[in-house]
Design a protein around this ligand. Structure first.
Ligand code: SF4
Length: 251
C-alpha cells in the first residue's frame, strides 16, 4: 500500500524524470501540467480513470477528457460516464471513428466485425480516432497500471509515442506503480462512485461484445477479447520510437 502522503519534491526544469518513477500520482499530474499546456486524459471511466479524474480536480479541472465512443459500450458505461461528467463538471470530448456510427460500420465492414477481425474493429473505433485527436495535444494521460496484466508489467511512468503523422507525443501513466488495492483504497477513502458492472465481476470493462466478467483468481483483464489472441486494443502499443515495441495488440 502506497502512503498517500508520499511525494517527491516537485519536478522543475532540468529535473531527471526518473525521479517520478515512484512518485505519488498527484505529483506526476502536477509535473505533467507544468510540462505541457496541451494535455489531455483518455479514460473509459473505470476505477483507475476515476482516481485520476478525482486528483485532476485539484490540479487541472478543465483538462480535456477524451472518451472513445465506439458505439459498443454497455448502457451502464454510458449512463455512468454521463453521471460522473455532470457530477465533476468534466470537459468530455467524445471520439468516434471516421465511419461515424455502428450502422455505417456495418455497411462498410459487415456485421459483427468484432467477431471476425477485432484488430480492425479496435483500430477504426479506438486507435485511429485517438491518434487523430492527439494531433491537437502534446501529451496525454492514461490510467494503466503495471499490475493489470503481464503485458503491462513494464509500463513506464512516462514514455514517447509517435503518431502516424510523425509527430511525437508524451504519454504519462501516473498510476503505473499503484496496485488494484491502492486504487480501491483511494476510491473508498474518497467515496467515489464506481462503475455498476464492477460489482458483477467485470473488473476491466470495454465494449460489450469483447468483455466478460472474471473470477477473483484471474487477471483483471482476462475477460477482454476472450477467445482471441489479443490483449490490447492498440492505443497503448502504437508508435513507441524510444521503447520496446509490444507485439500484442486496451483501453
Ligand atoms: S473492443 Fe471489441 S467492439 Fe470495441 S472496438 Fe475493439 S473489437 Fe470493436
Amino acid at each position: 500500500m502506497i502512503d498517500p502522503m508520499h511525494t517527491i519534491s516537485f519536478a522543475s526544469p532540468g529535473d531527471d524524470i526518473s525521479s517520478l518513477d515512484h512518485a505519488h500520482p498527484e505529483t506526476i499530474l502536477r509535473w505533467a501540467t507544468w510540462s505541457s499546456d496541451r494535455l489531455a486524459i483518455a479514460t473509459s471511466f473505470q476505477s483507475s480513470g476515476l482516481v485520476l479524474l478525482h486528483l485532476l480536480r485539484n490540479v487541472k479541472p478543465d483538462i480535456p477528457v477524451l472518451f472513445l465512443d465506439t458505439g459498443f459500450h454497455f448502457e451502464e458505461t454510458l449512463e455512468f460516464s454521463d453521471r460522473i461528467a455532470k457530477m465533476w463538471d468534466l470537459n468530455v470530448i467524445d471520439l468516434r471513428g471516421k465511419h461515424g456510427s455502428v450502422k455505417q460500420q456495418v455497411k462498410i465492414h459487415g456485421a459483427q466485425l468484432y467477431n471476425r477481425d477485432p484488430e480492425l474493429c479496435c483500430f477504426i473505433n479506438k486507435v485511429e480516432p485517438l491518434q487523430t485527436a492527439l494531433e491537437d495535444y502534446d501529451a496525454w494521460i492514461s490510467g494503466i497500471r503495471r499490475d493489470q496484466s503481464p503485458g503491462r508489467s513494464a509500463t513506464p511512468v512516462v514514455e514517447a509515442q509517435m503518431l502516424p503523422s510523425g509527430k511525437e507525443i508524451v504519454k504519462i501513466h501516473p498510476l503505473a506503480d499503484w496496485s488494484r488495492e491502492d486504487v480501491e483504497s483511494y476510491i473508498s477513502t474518497h467515496q467515489i462512485p464506481t462503475h455498476p458492472l464492477l460489482e458483477k465481476g467485470y473488473r476491466s470493462i470495454g465494449c460489450w461484445p469483447c468483455t466478460r466478467a472474471v473470477g477473483e483468481d484471474e487477471d483483471e483483464r482476462a475477460g477482454r477479447w476472450d477467445g482471441f489472441n489479443k490483449t490490447e486494443c492498440g492505443i497503448h502499443t502504437f508508435g513507441k520510437p524510444h521503447g520496446p515495441q509490444e507485439t500484442e495488440g486496451e483501453q
